[in-house]
Design a protein around this ligand. Structure first.
Ligand SMILES: Cc1ncc(COP(=O)(O)O)c(C=O)c1O
Length: 364
């Protein structure tokens, strides 16, 4: 029987499956999705309590109020901001807006998996630039540029590696690419970064027409469930993206919570400090356990496990799950000896390290 068939590139694709992990334990500790350790700003939560009078009304197509709040929080030009249903949506519409069937888009070897997915949905060809030491390599990216390249996707810092390339490398990358290539600079974790040689991409997007910076409310602001992200680019790029974006893709609850979250500097500072404190505690504990890890400037880190079966990453993941702790397996990224672990709340971090110790001891 003939069935309606999707476009040929869609037929070949698999659905992107987020993998939060599984456990039979009720009271789960979820350290598998790089979510905010401290929940969300109380101001954002309170803003939603008053959100009920206008459920029958469509949200604004463009929320000038939220755009205004982003612009004043980060000193950016309002005209260059686009809002999206999570930065995931912006990644998808970038691919749909700029990629024709024969075009190429470059992404990095251990880069965020939504990049190749979005490229394939658009029907274009994804080209992988190998990392060096689990870090994006500007030389490798540049070596992959061809006449067909339209987009370069770079998450900086990167998920799942937690690594980053410094300001001068980002500038070198941008200076070396032709003007007709758009650099998609995904700075989802930039709010956690305190290193001085890091840039979030906004100054490049301010100066040049061929850069878009992507940001999200899902990480530092802890609003992942509401789906809210934004981009910063030239007015021309924003105008074209708005042709493709659904007219009401950002809902009214997300807008209200987003504004309140941006204004709550106290919560933002507390979250950054919490992350720094526990990240260095994790590093110290992992060193004392003789476990290798990737130095990370984000709210998660990659931990390397021995290849030996009893100590390996898969076994560690299953053991932790049996104790109610979920971490992210990395097979799908081709990093099967690693687990990605998000920084959690105080007691969650302590429990994680204690159970990790039990796992290693049990196998001695
Ligand atoms: C690098 C990177 N970009 C984008 C996203 C998606 O964020 P959002 O929740 O805004 O869609 C994530 C989420 O994990 C991410 O790690």
């Amino acid at each position: 029987m003939d069935l309606p068939s999707p476009k040929s590139n869609i037929e070949k694709l698999h659905t992107y499956k987020p993998n939060f992990g599984k456990s039979k334990i009720d009271n789960l500790i979820r350290l598998s999705a790089n979510e905010s350790a401290l929940g969300a700003s109380l101001d954002a939560i309170n803003a939603l309590k008053f959100f009920s009078n206008d459920l029958n009304r469509y949200p604004p197509q463009v929320s000038n109020e939220l755009i205004g709040a982003i612009s004043s929080r980060y000193s950016l030009n309002k005209k260059k901001i686009i809002l999206g249903n999570g930065s995931d949506e912006l990644i998808s519409i970038l691919a749909q807006t700029f990629l024709n069937y024969n075009d190429e888009a470059i992404y990095t070897e251990f880069g965020f998996l939504q990049f190749p997915q979005a490229i394939s949905i658009a029907g274009a060809k994804g080209i992988i630039a190998n990392d060096v030491n689990h870090t994006a390599s500007v030389d490798n990216i540049l070596s992959k540029i061809s006449k067909k390249t339209k987009l370069i996707f770079l998450a900086n810092p990167n998920n799942p590696t937690g690594t980053f390339i410094p300001k001068k490398e980002v500038i070198r990358l941008h200076e070396s690419i032709p003007k007709k290539i758009l650099l998609v600079y995904d700075a989802a974790y930039s709010e956690f970064v305190v290193n001085h040689d890091y840039i979030d991409g906004s100054e490049l997007a301010d100066k040049y027409e061929n850069v878009i910076m992507l940001r999200t409310f899902s990480k530092l602001h802890g609003l992942a469930s509401l789906r809210l992200g934004w981009g910063y680019s030239s007015e021309n790029i924003i105008e074209n993206l708005m042709k493709v974006r659904g007219p009401f893709s950002v809902n009214a609850a997300a807008i209200m919570a987003g504004i309140a979250a941006l204004e709550d500097l106290n919560f933002q500072n507390k979250s950054v400090q919490h992350n720094l404190k526990w990240m260095s505690w994790f590093e110290k504990e992992l060193r004392s356990l003789n476990l290798d890890f990737k130095k990370s400037i984000t709210n998660f880190l990659l931990i390397k496990f021995p290849i030996e079966k009893k100590y390996n990453a898969e076994n560690a993941k299953n053991f932790l799950a049996s104790k109610g702790i979920l971490v992210r397996g990395m097979k799908v990224y081709g990093l099967s000896s690693y687990l990605r672990v998000s920084i959690g709340a105080d007691e969650e971090n302590i429990k994680f390290i204690n159970e990790l110790k039990t796992f290693l001891k049990k196998n001695e």
